[in-house]
Design a binder for this molecule. Structure first.
Ligand SMILES: [Zn+2]
Length: 63
């Protein structure tokens, strides 16, 4: 019998900062570091990284 295991991941940002378990909807990998993030934390990191790289065109509309 095959059992399907669905891996559920919590947002690292919500868990570490607020102690809340929020479903992660995206993953951020930088070198050896891997983060799982909810919608709002994900968008926050996306725009931070885009800004750091000098690309603000894509993320400006999503707010
Ligand atoms: Zn979060």
């Amino acid at each position: 019998m095959a059992r399907k295991v669905i891996e559920k991941l919590d947002c690292d940002g919500c868990l570490k900062k607020e102690g809340r378990e929020v479903d992660a909807v995206m993953k951020l990998i930088i070198g050896p570091d891997e983060y799982h993030l909810c919608e709002s934390h994900g968008e926050k990191f996306r725009s931070l990284i885009a800004e750091a790289l000098g690309n603000t065109t894509d993320t400006a509309q999503s707010a």
